[in-house]
Design a protein. Structure first.
Length: 515
C-alpha cells in the first residue's frame, strides 16, 4: 500500500529546532518515543518526560515476580510501511516471533471461532437455531434495521438479529457499559469492517486463491498470523528509549509535565515535577501524548474558559487486568477469548503463554482477566485481593479453571485506556485543537490520548512520524491519519451500508453520562 505522505517531505537539514533548546516530548508511549527517536536520529536535542516508572503507555509490558503481562494484547500487524520498518529498526528480526492468530467467543458453554465461521457456528448452535439464524440474516437483506447509525443496527445488518443477540450484544455492552443500541456504528465499522456472515464464508475461499503475504488487501480482523516481540510490546519501547539515549537524547522517568509555558504565541518551556523537585525545561517545540484534557489544563497563561469547558467534557473508559497463574494445561491455544456470557463481568481473557512462551514460566501460564471499567467505580476501587478472588471465581463460573488450580494473582490498572466518543466529543476536540493551532502552533498533540482519537499503536506511531517531519518543514495533516481511505482496514473505507466510515480505528459514540 502506498502510504499517504504529503509530497513535501522533510528537509535534509532540520528547520524547526533551535540549537541548544530541546524538543520536549511529553509521554513515553509509542507516539512519544517514536517522535523522540526520529528527532534524535536527525540530531535534534530531545527530552522525553514520562510520569510513570514503566515505558510504553498502554503498550507496556508489566512484570511481576518474573511474569510478564501485555495490557490489552498487541498484535504487531500494520499496513503502514514506515511503521513496519520502524519496528524492525528498533528490534532485530530474532527478537520477533511469528504467532498464529486465534481468538474465539465463549457463549452458552461452547466455543465459537472468531471471526465467525459458518460451519463452526451452525454446528454449535444446532440445526434448529442454525436455520433460525440463517433466516434472520436473510430477513435483514429484505428488511434492514431502521437505524444503521447505531452499533446494533450496523451489526444486525451484517449478521442478522439472532447472531447479533448470540455473539455481539453482551460483549460490546461490557466494553462500553451501555446498550449497543446507544453506541455509534463507527465502532463496528472499524472493528468488524469488511466482515459479515457472507464474508465469513467467502474470505477463506478468496484467500486460498490469493497471496497470503499481500497484507495490503487483507481485512485486519481476519489476519492469520502476526509478529510479536518475544518479551512483549514493552520490549520495543524499552529498546527504543535506549536508542534515544544512545543518540544523545534524554529520557526521564517518574517525571510529570505540569505546565506548558507560553510566550508570544509559542511554547517556550515545560515545568517538570520529578522526585519532589520542580524544574523548568526550555523547549523549542513540545510534542504531547499526554491526555488532550490534561494538556489543555496545563497551559500558562491559562486557556480561555470555553477551552477548559471542552477539556472537562472529554471522557475516557478505563481498564484493569487480573492476571492469574495456572498450570499450562489449564490454558487454551487462543491469544484471547471473548466472554459473551452475561453471568460474569469479565469481558475478555488473555492467555499470555499463547502470545509468547517468554512471558510465562515452564509448566505454567498466566491468564489475564480483562475488565472494562470507569475509574472510581466498584471494580476499579476493589482491593487487589478481592479482584483476584473475583477473577478466580469467574474462571470457575465459565468452567475454564478450577479455583484450586489458581496459584497466584496480580492486578494491573490502566486509567484512560480508551477515549470515549460521546455526542459532543468531536466539537470539544475541535475547540481545543483550534486553540492550540492558533495560539501555540509549536505544541503538537500526537497519539491516542494526545489527540483523543482511538488510534491503534501503528496509527499513533504514524502521527508522531509525520509530526517530526512537520517540525522539519513538511505540512502533513496528522489529524487525517486514520480518517482518509488509505488508513482504513478495507480498501474502499465504506461501512456495511455503503456509507463512508467515519474513521478507521474509532471508539464508539456513547450517550452522556449522568453527573
Amino acid at each position: 500500500m502506498a502510504t499517504p505522505h504529503n509530497p513535501e517531505t522533510a528537509a535534509d537539514t532540520p528547520q524547526g529546532v533551535r540549537a541548544g533548546d530541546p524538543v520536549v516530548v511529553i509521554g513515553g508511549g509509542p507516539a512519544g518515543l517514536t517522535a523522540a527517536y526520529r528527532l534524535a536520529q536527525a540530531g535534534d536535542p530531545v527530552v522525553v518526560l514520562e510520569q510513570d516508572t514503566v515505558l510504553g503507555g498502554i503498550s507496556r509490558t508489566v512484570e511481576r515476580d518474573g511474569w510478564r503481562f501485555d495490557i490489552g494484547g498487541h498484535r504487531f500487524f500494520t499496513k503502514v510501511v514506515p511503521v513496519e520498518e520502524f519496528w524492525h529498526e528498533i528490534l532485530p528480526d530474532e527478537d520477533f516471533l511469528l504467532r498464529p492468530r486465534m481468538s474465539r467467543i465463549f457463549y452458552g458453554d461452547k466455543y465459537y471461532d472468531y471471526p465467525i465461521k459458518l460451519g463452526n457456528a451452525l454446528s454449535n448452535l444446532g440445526v434448529v437455531e442454525a436455520v433460525r439464524c440463517g433466516l434472520s440474516f436473510l430477513w435483514v437483506r429484505v428488511r434492514p434495521p431502521k437505524d444503521l447509525s447505531t452499533l446494533e443496527g450496523y451489526i444486525v445488518s451484517n449478521y442478522g438479529w439472532r447472531l447479533y443477540q448470540h455473539f455481539f450484544k453482551t460483549y460490546n455492552e461490557k466494553v462500553w457499559g451501555v446498550s449497543a443500541s446507544e453506541l455509534s456504528a463507527d465502532w463496528g465499522a472499524q472493528r468488524i469492517k469488511g466482515m459479515s456472515l457472507w464474508n465469513a464464508v467467502w474470505e477463506p475461499i478468496r484467500s486460498s486463491f490469493g497471496s497470503r503475504r499481500d497484507k495490503s488487501k487483507q481485512v485486519t480482523s481476519l489476519i492469520e498470523e502476526f509478529q510479536y516481540p518475544k518479551y512483549g510490546p514493552g520490549m520495543m519501547w524499552e529498546r527504543c528509549a535506549e536508542k534515544v539515549v544512545g543518540l544523545g537524547g534524554e529520557v526521564r522517568m517518574a517525571a510529570s509535565a505540569t505546565t506548558v509555558h507560553l510566550e508570544d504565541g509559542r511554547a517556550v518551556a515545560v515545568s517538570v515535577d520529578q522526585g519532589g523537585a520542580t524544574e523548568r525545561v526550555p523547549a523549542e517545540h513540545v510534542i504531547s501524548s499526554m491526555p488532550f484534557t490534561a494538556l489543555a489544563r496545563s497551559v500558562d497563561p491559562p486557556v480561555p474558559a470555553e477551552v477548559l469547558r471542552a477539556a472537562a467534557d472529554l471522557h475516557y473508559r478505563d481498564f484493569l487486568t487480573v492476571a492469574l497463574v495456572v498450570p499450562a494445561d489449564r490454558g487454551f491455544p487462543d491469544n484471547w477469548i471473548y466472554i459473551h456470557s452475561p453471568d460474569v463481568k469479565v469481558g475478555r481473557i488473555q492467555n499470555f503463554g499463547s502470545w509468547s512462551p517468554f512471558l510465562v514460566k515452564d509448566g505454567r501460564t498466566c491468564l489475564g482477566m480483562e475488565y472494562f471499567v470507569f475509574e472510581g467505580d466498584e471494580l476499579w476501587t476493589m482491593s487487589d485481593d478481592d479482584l483476584v478472588a473475583l477473577g478466580t471465581k469467574e474462571l470457575a463460573t465459565i468452567g475454564l479453571v478450577d479455583p484450586s488450580d489458581v496459584e497466584a494473582g496480580y492486578v494491573v490498572r490502566m486509567p484512560k485506556a480508551y477515549p470515549v466518543y460521546d455526542d459532543s466529543y468531536h466539537d470539544n476536540v475541535e475547540v481545543i485543537r483550534r486553540w492550540f493551532e492558533e495560539h501555540a502552533p509549536n505544541v503538537h498533540p500526537v497519539g491516542r490520548n494526545g489527540m483523543h482519537k482511538y488510534n491503534n499503536q501503528d496509527h499513533s506511531m504514524y502521527t508522531a512520524m509525520l509530526t517530526v517531519e512537520n517540525i522539519h518543514g513538511a505540512h502533513h495533516d496528522i489529524w487525517s491519519v486514520n480518517v482518509e481511505e488509505e488508513y482504513h482496514e478495507t480498501a474502499d473505507g465504506r461501512t456495511g451500508d455503503g456509507s463512508r466510515a467515519a474513521t478507521g480505528r474509532d471508539a464508539p459514540v456513547l450517550p452522556r453520562r449522568a453527573g
